[in-house]
Design a protein around this ligand. Structure first.
Ligand SMILES: [Zn+2]
Length: 72
């Protein structure tokens, strides 16, 4: 499994900073305005940033890298 876009950096978006709703690729559900979540940005392809529910990003990391992966 390669990482063509480099390491993905996940950053918390605080509730007050969540001014738009976003579609979460982890569950295909909407993250509503005002809900804290994560923005995940590939290091080499910042245009591909996606917004994730925290729980679903955690689950995605476990799916990719195994249960010992630590996350924020
Ligand atoms: Zn989700």
């Amino acid at each position: 499994m390669g990482r063509p876009f480099g390491v993905e950096v996940a950053t918390l978006v605080q509730p007050y900073a969540a001014r738009k709703r976003y579609l979460c690729p982890g569950c295909d559900g909407w993250i509503p305005v005002g809900e804290g979540h994560l923005v995940v940005v590939p290091e080499l392809a910042p245009d591909l940033r996606r917004h994730w529910h925290r729980a679903f990003w955690d689950r995605e990391l476990r799916r990719r890298y195994g249960r010992d992966r630590t996350t924020i």
